[in-house]
Design a binder for this molecule. Structure first.
Ligand code: SF4
Length: 616
């Protein structure tokens, strides 16, 4: 373990931060990427002996905390992964739906908990592999020794309870959380009220007292977009499957009752409503027909057959069980009926093929209300503004700390410049000839910048469509105009791209990395040599505004009414500002780093952007 020597800002701020947290205030901590926010939080726990709940957007970010903890502090740490990661009994899973409430029903391992060694420093991956391997080994051993057996349906059964050593890793992790100094989890475990209740309460009794913890939200600029997507969604595939299920499992000739007919009518009418909407990339207002709204008033028939199907599933051998699609539809419609502060939208599924309906919420502050009078830290390299945190998130007593304003150049110096003559504005993209010319111009600028750059270059574009174009519609993208002789030094963001490979390549020679705002590279890539950045130039190729679709417009209207003022800047432009700063932040990793940030879009040449970027 290395001795932790706090940096100047960490040393100076630790007392102020802990004092404010003890007074149950909220801290908004903005510090450049690479300046040591994670180690600061671990240091805080180390010095004050306080327990921490550390929340991240995805599991991938757990690794960073593990690395700092292993290097400097060795605090007892636990990683709360979901059942889909921690369940050793894959035979109980009939799909990958993490929310399956039924998967553990009747499982003999549910109450089998073991103590975990939280001082053994393991990466999150090692932790999962260790506990899964260990529990599978113990299950096998118990089966071999006849401590456990299987019933006719394939379920594990207990034969000699006193001898059994098999256990459930997922429930063991939940039980061991109280002994950890640092609990790692993703945002939804704490922000989503039903999941929070499930994890932190047991039969209405608080299992883990949140008041014993400092609650830390890392990369807090992501919180709005994560919460916006908390609502349920429904695809036409699920409706079709629920109709099949109803017809196959509850045939009309056997179930001659009013509810059976009613359940069928609800599902058929829902399907009809679905097919009346057009496919669209963006979120589009969706309205159910009056007939369907009338029919939907009584969902008891769906509930009845959903419950019946659950019972039938329980009676079947494991291999014959299947997902309860009627329940999927019922849950969606139930939430829709009770929806407040939100709306119903249609969009294309992630894979670009399937239409789905989504319940989307407007008021994110509701999800933060449990934090009142609890010590919490929101931190990021690029936080939302004070106005946003106090008004949109409705947080009182926020102490906003901008590390770079107090300790100059904590994260190096970025020089922002506006470059005129370029734009990705939608109306130019409609004319393919004009758009092609614009893309060629962008590529010329990128190549020239690279030729003159001291180190590697990152290009940040607003969307994959602008980067790659659309083959089917024969629309080009920036990548279309990459000169052949440059290909070996250029990388485009894709799902499989590895940070390690990029770093290895950037260490050997200067490269260009094309990335998309909001993608994994701009959220996480660090290219470093001897603690210094390997990036000298970031090209912001176009203004990365979120699409002003029906959902965005309605959300802005809703919040402007609630806030009683015009809030376009904090509800719309600010998201683009954060994305730009996030991209720029990839270029500086030490106080000595210097980087050029090229703002290539004519729209940057206006008051809002100059005020917020050129004064950096
Ligand atoms: S109780 Fe544990 S082992 Fe059993 S199904 Fe649930 S997660 Fe898996």
């Amino acid at each position: 373990m290395d001795k932790f020597i706090p940096r100047e800002w960490q040393d100076s701020l630790i007392t102020t931060v802990s004092k404010n947290l003890e007074e149950k205030n909220t801290i908004a901590l903005e510090a450049p990427t690479g300046s040591g926010k994670t180690s600061f939080i671990l240091y805080l726990s180390f010095l004050t002996d306080k327990k921490i709940i550390y929340l991240t957007r995805t599991h991938n970010e757990f690794t960073r905390i593990y690395e700092d903890n292993k290097k400097y502090f060795n605090l007892p740490i636990i990683y709360l992964f979901g059942k889909s990661n921690l369940c050793p009994l894959k035979e109980r899973w009939y799909d990958t739906d993490e929310n399956q409430k039924n998967v553990c029903k009747g499982c003999v391992l549910k109450d089998k908990i073991v103590d975990m060694d939280l001082l053994k420093m393991r990466s999150p991956e090692e932790f999962i592999n260790d506990v899964i391997d260990d529990s599978i080994e113990k299950i096998r051993d118990d089966l071999n020794k006849n401590n456990m057996g299987r019933d006719q349906k394939g379920n594990l059964t207990t034969l000699r309870k006193d001898k059994m050593r098999a256990y459930c890793p997922y429930y063991s992790v939940r039980e061991n959380m109280k002994d950890a100094k640092i609990i790692m989890m993703t945002y939804n475990y704490l922000l989503n009220p039903s999941i929070r209740y499930n994890v932190f309460y047991n039969n209405d009794e608080e299992k883990i007292d949140l008041n014993d913890y400092y609650i830390i939200f890392d990369e807090a600029h992501n919180l709005d977009s994560v919460i916006e997507n908390f609502g349920r969604s429904l695809t036409n595939k699920s409706i079709l499957k629920s109709i099949d299920l109803l017809v196959d499992e509850f045939p009309l000739n056997k179930y001659k009752c009013h509810e059976r007919v009613e359940a069928n009518l609800i599902l058929e009418e829902l399907l009809n409503n679905f097919s009346s909407t057009r496919e669209t990339d963006n979120l589009k207002n969706f309205k159910f027909s009056n007939d369907f709204l009338f029919r939907m008033k009584d969902l008891e028939s769906l509930k009845k057959f959903s419950d019946e199907f659950d019972k039938m599933n329980d009676e079947r051998p494991l291999k014959d069980r299947s997902k309860n699609y009627i329940e999927t539809v019922y849950n969606f419609l139930y939430d829709y009926q009770r929806m407040e502060n939100g709306g119903l939208y249609s969009s294309i599924n992630f894979n670009g093929k399937e239409l789905r309906l989504r319940i989307m919420y407007y008021d994110t502050s509701e999800y933060f209300s449990f934090l009142k009078n609890r010590p919490a830290v929101f931190m990021s390299g690029t936080l939302p503004s004070e106005d946003h945190i106090s008004k949109v998130w409705n947080m009182d007593n926020v102490f906003y700390i901008r590390v770079n304003d107090i300790f100059k150049n904590t994260g190096g110096i970025k020089k922002y410049r506006i470059v005129n003559g370029y734009t990705t504005l939608g109306k130019y993209r409609n004319n393919i000839e004009e758009w092609s010319e614009m893309l060629k111009k962008y590529m010329d600028f990128i190549v020239n910048t690279y030729n003159e750059s001291e180190k590697s270059v990152i290009v940040a574009v607003p969307s994959y469509k602008i980067m790659f174009g659309d083959n089917e519609k024969k629309i080009p993208g920036i990548g279309t105009y990459l000169p052949d002789d440059m290909r070996k030094n250029v990388f485009f963001e894709n799902k499989r791209i590895s940070f390690n490979y990029l770093e290895k390549t950037a260490l050997a020679s200067r490269i260009i990395i094309f990335s998309v705002h909001g993608g994994k590279l701009l959220e996480g890539i660090q290219l470093i040599k001897d603690s210094k950045s390997l990036i000298s130039d970031v090209i912001i190729a176009g203004l990365p505004l979120i699409p002003l679709d029906d959902y965005r417009k309605n959300k802005i209207n809703y919040l402007e009414k609630a806030l009683g003022r015009n809030s376009y800047n904090i509800l719309y432009y600010e998201y683009a500002l954060i994305k730009i700063k996030q991209a720029a932040g990839r270029s500086t990793r030490s106080p000595e780093d210097r980087a050029n940030i090229w703002l290539c879009d004519d729209r940057f040449d206006s008051y809002y952007w100059k005020k917020n970027l050129l004064n950096e």
